[in-house]
Write a protein that binds this ligand. Sequence first.
Ligand code: FES
Length: 86
Amino acid sequence: MYVCSCFGITETQVKEHAEAGACTPRQIASACKAGTDCGSCVRRIQAILGRGASPRREPALQGGLAGANDLAGRGEPVLSGLPEAA
Ligand code: FES
């Protein structure tokens, strides 16, 4: 099934690029141009990437940034939840 009709890119092709290391819609666009014309497929590409088609980045720092991720998940400013730098 086509994900990007502007360039004829299929879901399988997007998954292949993801498995080859493309983790973001921008990286998919670099690999095959999908999403660079009308842009209507970008959300579909994001959804495919979000389904674990590519290795998800682990939280870089356990603890500190995990709290920031919680704030971001609640739509609150992330930096306000971080401790002041000493
Ligand atoms: S459908 Fe992908 S750029 Fe238009």
